[in-house]
Ligand binder design. Structure first.
Ligand code: ATP
Ligand code: NCN
Length: 182
């Protein structure tokens, strides 16, 4: 089975992530897309708890007939959240799967600070999505969705309800658990 891994903070997950997963499944020859919320972010990004972000991703995946999944693997690797270590762990756990890694073009600038990105490229196919506002060479597909978790958190802080940017089930969960000042 071909699996595309989509790591991120997902704080909260939004329609940009959803569109990206659909795009990859539709065009990149993969059977499944696995969202992998960060447990320890290598750059120490502050977020709501891992459990809340996992639950929001699970809710976002629930309509996708099984091909879109949420993995808690980052909490099992037991290191400092480096993607290369997660890939090693997954390859050992699922030797029968072929993995690829999805990243948005906004994080190309960070790659020099990643651990062993050259090794990652040797281990898996890296699919760089063309994130709207971050044009770069080597990306695939059209610009995707002007939406970010930062913008959503800011809107919520201002008392706006970004119901066109966040899946309804995710927003309902955030409201129920009083996340992001709701
Ligand atoms: N709108 C989008 N289009 C394409 N890729 C995206 C989009 N939003 C996020 N991504 C990609 O999804 C992955 C996880 O992103 P993340 O969870 O950090 O979302 P974000 O919206 O960038 O969050 P924040 O604003 O908090 O940094 C990254 O590889 C990122 O590049
Ligand atoms: O491996 C690394 O060194 C590394 C450094 C920074 C970020 N990452 C991964 O990049 C993914 C996207 O992160 P972010 O900041 O966009 O939420 C997420 O899966 C992180 O674990 C990985």
């Amino acid at each position: 089975m071909q699996v595309a891994l989509f790591g991120g903070s997902f704080n909260p997950p939004h329609v940009g992530h959803l569109m990206a997963a659909h795009y990859v499944r539709a065009t990149q020859g993969v059977d499944e897309v696995w969202f992998m919320p960060t447990f320890v972010h290598p750059f120490r990004k502050a977020t709501v708890s891992f459990e809340h972000r996992v639950r929001m991703c699970e809710l976002m995946c629930q309509d996708a007939a099984g091909w879109m999944r949420t993995s808690k693997v980052e909490s099992e690797v037991g290191k400092d959240g480096r993607t290369v270590d997660t890939l090693e762990f997954l390859r050992e756990r699922y030797p029968e799967h072929r993995f690829s890694l999805i990243i948005g073009s906004d994080i190309l600038k960070d790659l020099p600070h990643w651990k062993d990105f050259d090794r990652i490229e040797r281990m898996v196919r890296v699919v760089v999505l063309n994130r709207a506002g971050y044009p770069a060479e080597g990306t695939v597909g059209p610009p995707l969705a002007v939406v970010s978790s930062t913008d959503i958190r800011e809107r919520l802080t201002r008392g706006e309800m970004p119901s066109d940017l966040v899946p309804r089930v995710v927003l309902d969960y955030a409201r129920e658990h009083h996340l992001y000042g709701l």
